[in-house]
Unconditional design. Structure first.
Length: 1143
């Protein structure tokens, strides 16, 4: 096939394409360009319109083309005829642009095009330098203040620091007939001729160095100066900065603040200083997005600056792209060799897809099929998507159409007279290393790895399929059009039978796979291991039971529960049915069926193990499984359909966890995961007989067959069941608390509400302050339902009143019972209360008897029941017993007497509790206030000891304590008071007993005689005898007994026990006995002299068990360790111990 040699411009460079009328001739008006054209043109035509603009859009959308056209028009670089031709194009499609083009054509002012592209260095320097270069190119001499300053400062530097250079400069002046001071005045007056003369001689004075002006000085003022000078010449500036995003991406972080300020200043200059200055920035995205790696403050600043510009976004326009392609191909004068029948078949196939949704049927036929021949329609569809992926203009439509490279259109035309097919684009785009991103490299790398799997020679179709799938996946088109066998046949212009065979071959090579879940072919890099053989081998060695198969099916369920929607809407809560899997054998075998107790209802998917059992299973469900809360769905298809699939999935899951297997090939895990997806897909397909309600399952409820056509019918049925089972559930519009499980915030709030109901039952809103979660619980339960605790027999809410009646009647008839019985009343039908609400409901609905209710666990009283404790009790309700006390009139006076005697000892925590609790707390508090010795002693009369034990029992059974005291002392309360006094005086009595014993053993009768007796003892006894020693060291005669025993025993008498008292008497007897023995000063004693001190050691001491242990330990340590140290050191250790412990 031949084609005329027509030259195309592959991409646009505004600097070099200004005035190129070819762009005007080929330009096609596109809707996406309209807004940008109007905005830019109005900027030139209307003083009030914005003159600073940003055009954003992806590659290949014509952003640079807009800049080129406008720069050419405003600079008068194209003929009037060319502009007239452009106007005529817009006249047919957009009147506004046509009118604006008319206005600008009659504009008297010419705008010099200042064109920048990419990173041209520092922003302010690049702008000024480009302006000055453009002025120079147009022979316009404007000397900016920065040039004058540079010239003057240079000469002054020469004069001060480089006199030879300055002298040479003066010689040049003299030769030119200039006088220094006059010349200097001319420079300061911005005489451009004198400045140019200086620039010309500068290299001769500086060894060839070019005179460079730094335009950074007073950036904005310099532009203002230039604009003022140009305005005198009826000229303006149109700055177009193409690829501005590339400049921002390479911007040095040290220049960010300066650049931001310069961009802002230049936008304000354009919009507010003069009508002669316009600026256009061309980017691919908004300014903020170029700085995602920077701090938010920088990103926000760029976004703020962007608002100073008028922004236009240009999107890809498929219809324009097609028309442009058709225009270009028409110029090639290519002969269409397609037969009418073949064209018709292509058109018919394209109708099944939406590749060109913006084109009607006529346009599809004339533009795509006929007009763009020989480019295949799928190729035409794919080409712009590929160009966008590459993100560069060098391989867009125009380049492709003129390319003679491999894969280019002209190259194709030279070799073939048929269609240019989509897979050929692979050879064009990947003819070399034309990649700009790792994603593209990865795609080609995968293709190269897969192509190696195809044996050679091959028919080539397998390779073409791989190329096409690679391109399709690279452009992300699978989400819009899935690669099917039919699409491959269309795109590759191959018979479907050939495509099918090629796909089978590629599948066997593990190069492609059909993704059953997504429904398309995709590239696939399998492992070197034969997965199927490995699975079968492991299946033969593995025993799989029904429970494991059931678990696999349950895990594959997408809908694990269904809602009773209508019921939930009315009751403002969430009741649901869980989906469970059960086998037909579980129905047949008695005792194997297990009901789900964790949901409001259950849906059982009954899987047949044998087809012939279906009718029998259905009948058994009707006859023996009449449960309101259960719905059964019996599949018409036995599990034999997917037995093998389920078992394979179990094995695949094991293989995924097999570390040794995974080490054998880097790709095996991915292949196993894909295999797992396929197996799961098959299982889900089997499950669809229930979830799609396709009529291939029989549904049974409460012994009757029902029709379930869709999910809505099922959920309506669940609502019907819930209305039947739980008709009197009160409405609580608070899903945070009205649910099976609540978070810690709600639990804390619920406990707070319970505490307030107990402590402030009759206060307004229970003294709950604020509007937090605790208030919301109060409002949704009590306020919204007219639930007042001080009027429990007249609750506005019917549901709460029924619950109150059931609870109070049960308690009246069962004064003693298990807490779980109260919980069950609320949990079961007809209420079905969620567990987090039960503590609140029980306490509030029984608040009038709460103060007379006590709880026990393992026969032990549970004190101080608050919000935290009651929630824990409800969790183990079967472990707690309750008792409601109905006190008779005889007990009240007795309790009053108890209160008058013991009331001051009552705990603050029992305020508001039943009187029996308060009084048991009072007597126990009294006992606990007494000294420890008094509480634990048994050295009292049996009656008193019995009284103490009765009081102690109030810790575990306060009611029994009060009842016992009532029975024993109701008619003799004085005896109780007498025992109280007796107990309180116990320690004083014991002190008297101790004193009498001391006098008895020392044969004295007064404290004075006792002191004299001690003073009359020997010096040895006064020092070593504990009795004598401590008598002499008593500090006071008033409390000498207490002081003596504390020093003697080491404990205050209040902390003694009966055992301590016995030990005291024995020690006292022993001390006196030692004093009375003969030769007590010398016998059984050793005199030692240590460091000049005479010390006496008693040697007849009988060691206690503890002392023996100490001795044995010390002896063993010295004896064993002493074997490895010198004898002198051992002796010194003993000496040190003597000096420290022997007095």
């Amino acid at each position: 096939m031949s084609a005329n040699n027509v030259s195309f411009k592959s991409s646009i460079n505004i600097k070099f394409d200004l005035g190129n009328e070819n762009f005007f001739n080929r330009y096609l008006p596109t809707p996406s360009h309209a807004e940008a054209f109007i905005g830019l043109l109005k900027g030139f035509n209307e003083k009030s319109s914005s003159k600073s603009h940003i055009i954003m859009g992806p590659y290949g959308t014509g952003k640079s083309l807009i800049g080129t056209i406008l720069s050419s028009i405003t600079s008068n670089n194209v003929s009037n005829d060319t502009v007239q031709e452009l106007k005529q194009k817009f006249e047919k499609v957009d009147d506004d642009i046509y009118n604006e083009l008319n206005k600008i054509q009659s504009c008297d002012k010419t705008y010099l095009p200042i064109v920048l592209s990419g990173n041209e260095g520092r922003f302010r320097t690049a702008i000024i330098s480009s302006i000055m270069k453009t002025l120079e190119q147009n022979d316009i001499h404007v000397t900016v203040p920065g040039v004058v300053n540079k010239v003057i400062s240079t000469i002054e530097t020469w004069e001060q620091d480089y006199p030879q250079t300055f002298e040479a400069f003066l010689n040049y002046l003299k030769e030119a007939g200039k006088e220094y001071e006059l010349w200097r005045i001319e420079v300061l007056s911005h005489n451009s001729q004198e400045i140019e003369w200086f620039q010309s001689i500068f290299p001769y004075l500086t060894s060839g160095t070019e005179f460079i002006v730094d335009y950074q000085y007073d950036f904005v003022e310099q532009i203002k100066y230039i604009l003022d000078e140009l305005d005198k010449l009826d000229l303006g500036l149109f700055v177009t900065y193409d690829e501005f995003g590339r400049f921002l991406q390479t911007l040095d972080t040290t220049l960010i603040h300066e650049t931001m300020q310069d961009i802002q200043d230049i936008a304000e200059l354009a919009d507010h200083y003069t009508d002669s200055f316009h600026i256009l920035l061309i980017t691919h995205k908004n300014l903020r997005q170029y700085f995602n790696v920077l701090k938010d403050e920088h990103k926000d600043e760029f976004q703020r600056i962007e608002r100073r510009f008028k922004t236009y976004y240009i999107e890809s326009d498929q219809s324009t792209f097609v028309r442009l392609a058709q225009n270009i191909i028409n110029d090639l004068d290519i002969k269409n060799t397609l037969s009418k029948d073949y064209e018709e078949s292509v058109i018919n196939t394209l109708r099944k897809y939406t590749f060109f949704p913006t084109l009607n049927q006529v346009e599809l036929e004339e533009l795509v099929v006929s007009g763009c021949y020989p480019i295949h329609p799928i190729t035409l569809y794919l080409l712009p998507h590929l160009s966008n992926v590459f993100g560069q203009n060098e391989r867009t439509l125009f380049t492709f159409l003129e390319s003679t490279e491999t894969g280019g259109l002209l190259n194709h035309l030279a070799k073939d007279d048929g269609y240019y097919l989509a897979d050929q684009l692979f050879d064009y785009f990947f003819s070399g290393d034309h990649f700009i991103s790792e994603d593209i490299k990865d795609s080609v790398r995968l293709y190269k790895q897969l192509i190696k799997k195809i044996p050679t020679p091959s028919n080539g179709l397998e390779q073409r399929i791989l190329k096409f799938i690679t391109l399709w996946e690279l452009t992300g088109l699978q989400s819009m059009h899935k690669i099917t066998n039919e699409l491959l046949s269309l795109a590759l212009n191959e018979e479907i039978e050939n495509v099918n065979k090629a796909l089978d071959q590629l599948n066997s090579y593990k190069a492609v796979r059909f993704n059953r879940i997504m429904g398309y072919w995709e590239l696939f890099q399998g492992s070197s291991i034969n997965i199927e053989e490995e699975i079968q081998s492991r299946l033969e060695e593995t025993s799989i039971n029904q429970n494991r198969r059931k678990e696999v099916i349950e895990n594959a369920l997408d809908n694990k529960f269904y809602l009773a929607t209508s019921y939930n809407d009315e009751k403002s809560m969430t009741r649901f049915a869980t989906t469970n899997v059960t086998f037909s054998s579980d129905i047949v075998e008695e005792g194997k069926f297990d009901y789900d107790q964790n949901s409001d209802a259950s849906i059982y998917l009954v899987i047949l193990e044998k087809s012939e059992d279906r009718e029998d299973i259905i009948q058994q469900l009707k006859d023996n499984f009449s449960f309101k809360q259960s719905i059964f769905g019996v599949s018409h298809y036995p599990i034999t359909y997917i037995y093998e699939v389920i078992d394979q999935l179990i094995i695949v899951n094991q293989m995924i966890e097999d570390v040794e297997l995974l080490k054998q090939d880097i790709n095996i895990k991915d292949e196993l995961l894909i295999k797992k997806e396929d197996l799961l897909f098959s299982i889900k397909e089997y499950i669809r007989v229930w979830t799609d309600f396709s009529g291939h399952a029989t549904w049974i409820h409460n012994g009757e067959e029902i029709k379930i056509q869709n999910r809505i019918v099922l959920e309506n049925k669940l609502s019907e069941i819930m209305y039947d089972i739980y008709p009197y559930t009160p409405e609580v519009r608070n899903e945070s608390i009205n649910r099976k499980k609540i978070n810690n915030v709600q639990l804390k709030a619920a406990k707070t509400v319970v505490d307030h109901i107990i402590e402030f039952p009759y206060s307004e809103q229970f003294n709950i302050e604020g509007k937090g979660p605790d208030y919301l619980i109060y409002a949704t339960i009590f306020k919204n339902n007219g639930f007042l605790i001080d009027d429990l027999n007249n609750i506005s809410s019917k549901e709460f009143q029924l619950m109150r009646d059931d609870l109070i009647n049960f308690v009246k008839n069962n004064k003693k019972g298990n807490l779980n019985e109260l919980v069950s009343i609320l949990e079961r039908s007809p209420y079905g209360i969620r567990k987090p609400l039960i503590p609140i409901y029980i306490i509030s609905l029984l608040r009038d008897v709460w103060d007379h209710t006590m709880f026990y666990r393992n026969d032990m009283y549970v004190p101080a029941v608050d919000g935290d404790k009651i929630y824990k009790m409800i969790e183990e309700a079967d472990q707690y017993e309750y008792i409601v006390y109905d006190f008779n009139k005889q007990l009240t006076p007795f309790l009053n007497e108890i209160d008058s005697v013991f009331g001051e000892y009552k705990s603050e925590y029992v305020d508001g509790k039943p009187a029996i609790i308060q009084m048991s707390s009072a007597v126990l508090g009294w006992l606990r206030s007494l000294p420890k010795y008094t509480q634990i002693t048994s050295n009292l009369s049996p009656e008193v000891n019995q009284f103490k034990e009765t009081v102690k029992r109030s810790e575990v059974d306060p009611s029994a304590t009060i009842q016992s005291l009532f029975e024993n002392y109701q008619n003799d309360f004085d005896s109780l008071i007498s025992m109280k006094v007796n107990i309180e005086n116990f320690c004083d009595h014991q002190i008297e007993n101790i004193k009498e014993n001391i006098f008895y053993y020392t044969e004295t009768s007064s404290y004075k005689e006792l002191i004299n007796w001690a003073n009359n003892q020997s010096g040895f006894a006064q020092k070593k005898n504990a009795t004598v020693y401590n008598i002499l060291n008593v500090s006071t005669s008033d409390n000498w007994v207490s002081d003596f025993v504390e020093e003697y025993i080491g404990l205050r008498i209040q902390d003694w026990s009966d055992r301590t008292y016995e030990m005291f008497i024995k020690q006292l007897e022993r001390d006196i006995e030692m004093l009375n023995s003969k030769d007590s000063d010398n016998t059984n004693a050793q005199q030692l002299q240590i460091d000049g001190r005479n010390v006496t050691i008693q040697t007849d001491v009988e060691l206690s068990t503890k002392s023996k242990t100490i001795y044995n330990n010390v002896h063993r340590m010295v004896n064993n360790a002493g074997r490895t140290v010198p004898k002198e050191e051992v002796e010194y250790i003993v000496y040190k111990l003597l000096t420290e412990f022997v007095e």
